[in-house]
Design a protein. Structure first.
Length: 578
């Protein structure tokens, strides 16, 4: 990320790039209505400022990194709530009761939120970086795992609106100071219990890190800035196996996760990238090769990022990977990867070739512009419900000092929206997406979900040293949609890893229930599919991860939220706004 060096990987030809063209777009009838995003965060009651290091100067890299954010339904009322990470400031002694803390906001179901942090017991002070959500003990209530610079925390959801810190009881506490970043829940051995992958960034305490400008790794375009990550020791990633009794065992070495060595890892997510029925893990890495851990079905993983073509850029160069989005953006039945990188570089759009390799098609897809931005939270979200997943990205530089140097970049940056044209290409429509996209912040975490249950995809954004943004989608629900809440019985209760295919005519969409993605963040666990103006859903096919059993539902009405329980079919149908 910060002053990353460029290294060469294997020649492009060895990466087996496919010569196959993109699929022809399957047409869905749709209404061409304008969609706008409006920031309603303060009006909705999100009145907590994200405190993260110095405002005008960052002495250490920790102050520049920032943190994630989460949408999740902690009380199972069918309305997603918001969890806000938070940090602190170096050298500040806070008055009693005034230190910044993490916050939980309950959805009031009327477009507003209430701060329930004190009752929930989730308020913590410190550098709280990442968040991922999953029901690790299968009691029907989603729990929350939090990464920190310091010591990570697992909060058990008690089912009564409160949480209990069970980190030590669960075997997840480590005496060593770590810089945790992204995390993801997954059931890598398909035993019905969620395991936990934790990414770590730098293995150094602040006392061992040079201050801004003190070494060759502490300058950017000639400006003295916070040092790193190059020149600093990288962290190691960790895989914890769920023992099924509320405890975990560190299987990082046994599983092969440690074999690639240390990395400056930032975001992690798990999907079945090769369609073999087993969850893999992708990790966006800063200033080094990114990682793709292929699940070998025997409790072990192998890093295949280099041979698969997702370790480096199209030109074989190291990049500063940060945010991640995953979707089958072209409807060919294989999951693709979008990765955001640092400024003066383009993002990656790794198209899944279906043969174990990917091709970086960012330029061919129209995503090669806007290189001046530092890309953080991002994801695929069908903002106009036309049946093709679009890309939404939030940005923000890491050096506030650049404001006084009059460069071609600024600390606060606008958001970006790329519309999926349905033919393998995207169009930058940011300028027409409303003030919520045009406004400038130095943003970090971003989560996607339908917080007002009106049938379109909203977003919540963590802005460094500012109030969070709640980006309400106005107009996306002019087209039809279907939303699915999945509940496992034989598989994990959160149904993470469950794959869903939704068919309308010749157009078939695919997604998986997933944990993590964006940047160190957690989006709504419900799956959302735009349908254009289709009057019905021809089929919904659900493949449950533990048994690989498939359930199919046909001839369904659009514009409703369906709850599907494994082995019991559709157990609830909800209309918009309910």
């Amino acid at each position: 990320m910060l002053g990353s060096q460029l290294l060469k990987a294997l020649p492009t030809a060895i990466r087996r790039r496919t010569a196959e063209p993109f699929l022809e777009a399957a047409e869905l009838p749709r209404r061409e209505e304008p969609v706008r995003y409006l920031d309603v965060g303060r009006a909705a009651g999100l009145n907590t400022v994200n405190v993260w290091g110095g405002i005008h100067h960052k002495e250490y890299l920790l102050e520049a990194k920032g943190s994630g954010i989460a949408f999740f339904d902690y009380d199972n009322d069918g309305w997603i709530d918001i969890y806000l990470t938070n940090g602190t400031r170096l050298g500040v002694t806070w008055p009693a009761g005034k230190a910044p803390t993490t916050h939980l906001y309950k959805n009031n179901r009327d477009g507003t939120f209430t701060d329930v942090t004190r009752h929930a017991g989730l308020g913590r002070t410190g550098w709280q970086t990442g968040v991922c959500v999953g029901d690790y003990d299968n009691d029907g209530w989603d729990d929350i795992f939090l990464t920190f610079y310091g010591h990570n925390v697992l909060f058990h959801n008690n089912g009564d609106g409160t949480f209990t810190d069970v980190t030590q009881r669960a075997g997840l506490y480590q005496d060593e100071i770590r810089w945790g970043t992204g995390c993801t829940w997954l059931d890598y051995d398909r035993d019905g219990f969620l395991d936990l992958f934790v990414a770590n960034y730098i293995a150094a305490e602040l006392s061992r890190i040079p201050k801004a400008g003190e070494s060759s790794f502490c300058r950017w375009k000639g400006i003295p800035v916070a040092c790193g990550p190059l020149g600093l020791p990288a962290g190691i990633n960790i895989l914890y196996h769920n023992n099924g009794d509320g405890t975990f065992t560190d299987v990082s070495e046994k599983s092969g996760i440690l074999k690639p060595g240390s990395r400056y890892s930032i975001s992690a997510t798990s999907y079945d990238f090769d369609n073999d029925g087993w969850p893999d893990i992708y990790v966006a890495v800063d200033s080094e090769a990114s990682l793709l851990f292929h699940n070998k079905h025997d409790g072990t993983f192998e890093d295949i990022a280099l041979s698969a073509g997702v370790a480096y850029s199209e030109d074989g160069e190291v990049q500063a990977g940060m945010g991640l989005g995953v979707a089958d953006y072209d409807g060919d039945g294989w999951l693709d990867i979008y990765k955001g990188n640092f400024s003066d570089d383009n993002p990656d759009l790794y198209h899944n070739n279906g043969d174990g390799t990917f091709s970086d098609v960012a330029f061919d897809a129209g995503l090669g512009g806007n290189t001046e931005y530092v890309r953080w939270g991002c994801g695929f979200a069908d903002f106009d419900n036309d049946g093709w997943p679009d890309i939404i990205q939030v940005n923000g530089h890491v050096y506030p000092e650049i404001e006084s140097y009059h460069l071609d970049q600024t600390f606060k940056e606008p958001r970006l929206v790329y519309r999926n044209l349905g033919n393998g290409r995207f169009l930058d429509v940011s300028a027409e997406m409303g003030p919520g996209i045009r406004e400038r912040f130095s943003s970090r975490g971003c989560a996607f979900g339908d917080y007002d249950n009106d049938g379109d995809v909203d977003a919540v954004v963590n802005n460094m040293n500012d109030y969070p943004s709640l980006l309400r989608n106005d107009g996306g629900n002019k087209n039809n949609w279907i939303k699915l809440k999945l509940i496992g019985t034989k598989c994990n209760r959160t149904a993470i890893g469950t794959r869903v295919r939704v068919g309308v005519g010749k157009h078939v969409q695919m997604d998986e229930v997933h944990s993590g993605t964006s940047v160190m963040s957690q989006s709504d666990l419900r799956l959302h599919f735009g349908l254009g103006q289709a009057p019905r859903v021809d089929f919904i096919q659900v493949r449950w991860p533990t048994t690989q059993q498939v359930e199919t539902f046909t001839n369904l009405k659009p514009d409703q939220i369906l709850t599907i329980r494994e082995g019991h079919g559709i157990i609830k149908k909800a209309k918009p706004g309910t």
